[in-house]
Design a binder for this molecule. Structure first.
Ligand code: MGD
Ligand code: SF4
Length: 728
């Protein structure tokens, strides 16, 4: 093989170091011919979206060459989606942030100079201290999304501010979670506890599984289809899932609740509901029955444009297959501003079918738990959080981004002068970009911690380059599915350029703010080891497997020995919500129609591509080869009447006169005449992004109007209308 003793010792030393650090499952030397390759495999998890699939990363000579799904991990089961495979495209993206940057010139001009970490962190700390002195610590707020948010959450709470918000609540699943919590006392979880692999019927209201790509959930969906489960898809667009459906109901946008209420009516009047389940576990059935009597299928036909006979036929399928019916709770639920009540309707249908806690429906979360891992407690904040003071009583612990934005603009109930933005591109995540910029312009400090120079980073005062998920450890994630699961993220390759991991950045900043006590571990790996010690978990096993499941979980289904617990006011499934009533809201969902587009305009709908995650992948070299720019779907007949064909470029203009960048037409029969559709997240304004800059059109740019849900403060974003004109 032509290997010298010296070579052998060198390679075994490296291999031992690799294995000793827990990095590799095995190390292979391809010896003899040149070049000599050292291959290792590291188990970690993905952050190309927020599903956190388990990953096996193959590294050859220090370069990541292949990512595969970890077969032991329940979210991947040996597979990754296209984005997961394309993590290498993020790691080696030439446009990555490479060093800390400090803005020069006017805010938003996008002019920066390089700075050392020492200078950048001192600058931030000094500004934060000045804001604290002038206004109080609560005047610095954190916006975060993704794994690194937790470290900055710790920092900001230690600093004395209670103001933290994530777009994953107010622009995403907030109203859904609240609707289910009000009904069942808990939300359907993330990953959602949908038992589709065992379902006899599956219902998708707007949930476009397959385009909306969450790995294991799509695998379960495929299993349901393979088992010939009845599939009912309600969507104004013939989505990928609709293409597999037994029933596609092309509903008039905004009228889903009318269909749901009519279904509830039929379930009750035709005795299709699970009487025994409802008698045992729920409260308020009589009130619900009286309330929905008005919502007949004939009435719903007028609202939804779905024939009454089809409304009845589809719900009878559900009644026939109960309780093994999965009415998918959805995820991105911020549609029309009545979103908690619409989500409540989904929860009520699930309850009437007896599907909560039943095989094929929504399975129960494990009741296993871990001992408390004690960390230094935060100081009591001097002022209540903006979320506690806001007018939305069910705003939730994850915070409401728009509440903090509003307070920043108005200065009420108290001023907000500093934003720390971690792993979220607020200008693309929140509706009304003008308002976001207006708020940013009121600030004394805005800091972005990001991997890429996306839009919000480009309008920040200081930009801190975080390394990608393949270059860092992240703290243990505890998931509550069928069992209690523990997973960690591990460093696959060393951080490139001057980038650092989120924990280190937060810890170094804490030192400058005299808050180092809150970060006693030198690295996040040390913290993980400490947690493993307290929980009596073998760190080496966790590292080697990437995911471990804790014993002691209860069965996921209701049985005589496994009775469900409902953490509602009554301790029952609240069909009639006493909590809503007490706060002055309708205890039972009431339908009110939404505005419809005027002649010549279309409702703007948006959704997902299976190969992109919001904006974060739009510069990825691999993924842009698959899907470079979004298209606008327009009904083929309407396109013809406008003289447009697929491939033509058009400009959209919304009701407030805001115009989009050019976007390609997709003329198709697969969408109703009253709406147009595009994939969310495209058209970055950042010139630093070679592939994402001005590619396609930005849905968010056109979403100048939004409808706030009065119950939880989330922003319904499907309330904008556009006209379509050929690009000139
Ligand atoms: P992303 O676009 O995934 O999510 O919106 P965002 O929270 O903005 O990522 C934003 C930023 O994270 C990018 O700048 C990316 O470079 C950075 N990033 C990626 N990886 C890392 C990392 O490891 N560390 C750090 N520090 N940064 C990283 C999502 C939000 O948007 C959500 S959850 C939903 S559901 C809503 N969807 C939605 C929609 O469908 N339509 C419209 N119009 N608006 C929406 N807003 C919401
Ligand atoms: Fe990564 Fe895809 Fe899993 Fe998301 S669903 S974590 S992108 S592999």
């Amino acid at each position: 093989m032509g290997i010298t003793r010296r070579d052998f010792l060198k390679y075994t030393a490296v291999t031992a170091a690799v294995l000793g650090s827990g990095t590799g499952l095995k190390s292979i030397m391809a010896m003899g011919s040149k070049p000599r390759l050292l291959t290792s495999y590291t188990l970690t998890n993905c952050e190309m979206c927020y599903w956190k699939c388990g990953v096996t990363a193959k590294v050859v000579d220090g370069k990541v060459v292949k990512l595969d799904g970890n077969p032991l991990h329940p979210n991947s089961r040996g597979k990754l989606c296209a984005r997961g495979n394309a993590g290498i495209g993020l790691l080696y993206d030439e446009d990555r942030l490479k060093s800390p940057l400090i803005s020069v010139g006017k805010r938003g001009e996008g002019k920066f100079r390089k700075a050392s970490w020492e200078e950048a962190l001192s600058y931030i700390a000094e500004k934060m201290e000045t804001i604290k002195k002038n206004y109080g610590p609560e005047s610095v707020a954190l916006f975060a999304h993704g794994s690194s948010g937790q470290y900055f959450g710790r920092l900001i709470h230690a600093f004395g501010s209670p103001n933290v918000a994530q777009p994953s609540f107010a622009q995403c699943r907030g109203p859904r979670d609240v609707g289910y919590e009000l009904t069942f006392g808990e939300n359907p979880g993330g990953p959602e506890r949908v038992d589709m692999g065992k379902s006899k019927a599956v219902v998708l209201f707007g949930t476009h599984l397959g385009e909306n790509m969450h790995n294991s959930q799509v695998q379960d969906f495929a299993e349901a289809l393979g088992n010939r489960a009845k599939l009912i898809v309600i969507d104004p667009r013939y989505s990928l899932a609709a293409g597999k459906a037994d029933y596609w109901l092309p509903i008039r946008p905004g009228s889903d609740m009318a269909l749901m209420l009519a279904w509830i009516n039929i379930l009750i009047t035709e005795n299709l509901y699970d009487k025994e389940y409802i008698d045992s576990y729920s409260a308020g059935f009589k009130e619900l029955a009286v309330h929905v009597a008005q919502y007949t299928p004939e009435w719903a036909e007028k609202e939804t444009e779905i024939p009454a006979s089809l409304i009845a036929e589809t719900v009878r399928e559900l009644g026939k297959n109960k309780p093994a019916v999965c009415v998918h709770p959805g995820r991105h639920a911020t549609w029309y501003g009545n979103d908690v009540q619409r989500s409540r309707c989904l929860a009520l249908i699930t309850a009437l079918l007896g599907a909560w806690g039943r095989e094929g429906g929504i399975f129960l979360a494990t009741n296993a738990s871990l001992p408390e891992f004690e960390e230094k407690e935060y100081p009591e904040p001097a002022k209540e959080s903006l979320i506690a003071l806001c007018p939305y009583p069910f705003a939730g612990a994850e915070g409401v981004t728009n509440v903090i934005r509003d307070a920043t603009i108005s200065g009420k109930p108290y001023p907000v002068k500093g934003w720390i933005v971690v792993g979220t591109n607020l200008l693309k995540a929140m509706p009304d970009q003008k308002a976001t910029m207006n708020a940013i312009n009121q600030l004394d400090l805005i800091v972005s911690v990001d991997v890429m120079p996306y839009d919000t980073a480009m309008v920040s005062d200081v930009v801190l380059p975080e390394c990608t998920y393949l270059e860092r450890f992240d703290d243990i994630t505890v998931s509550r599915g069928r069992s209690l699961g523990l997973e960690i993220r591990r460093t696959v390759v060393k951080p490139m350029y001057e980038s650092r991991d989120g924990y280190t950045i937060a810890r170094e900043l804490s030192k400058k703010l005299n808050l180092a006590d809150y970060f006693p571990w030198a690295t996040v790996e040390e913290k993980i080891k400490a947690r493993c010690g307290v929980w009596n978990i073998d760190y080496n096993e966790l590292s080697a497997k990437g995911f471990i499941s804790m014993p002691g979980s209860a069965a996921p289904y209701i049985s005589p020995d496994n009775q469900p617990v409902f953490n509602t006011a009554s301790g029952k499934i609240e069909l009639y919500s006493s909590e809503l009533k007490n706060k002055g809201f309708d205890p039972l969902p009431i339908y009110s129609p939404v505005d419809q587009p005027k002649e010549g305009s279309f409702r703007l709908l948006y959704g997902r591509s299976p190969v992109h995650t919001f904006c974060r992948t739009t510069n990825n070299k691999i993924l842009t080869e698959l899907f470079r720019e979004n298209e606008v779907w327009i009904n083929a007949g309407k396109a013809r009447s406008l003289g447009l064909r697929s491939g033509d470029y058009v400009v959209l203009q919304n009701q407030d006169g805001v115009k989009s960048h050019r976007i390609k037409v997709k003329a198709t029969q697969r969408i109703r005449e009253d709406c147009v559709y595009m994939v969310h997240g495209f058209c970055s304004e950042s010139k630093e992004l070679g592939r994402a800059y001005h590619k396609g059109a930005s849905d968010q740019g056109l979403i100048t109007k939004y409808a706030v849900d009065p119950i939880c403060g989330s922003t319904g974003m499907r309330v904008n209308f556009v006209t379509v004109a050929r690009e000139v």
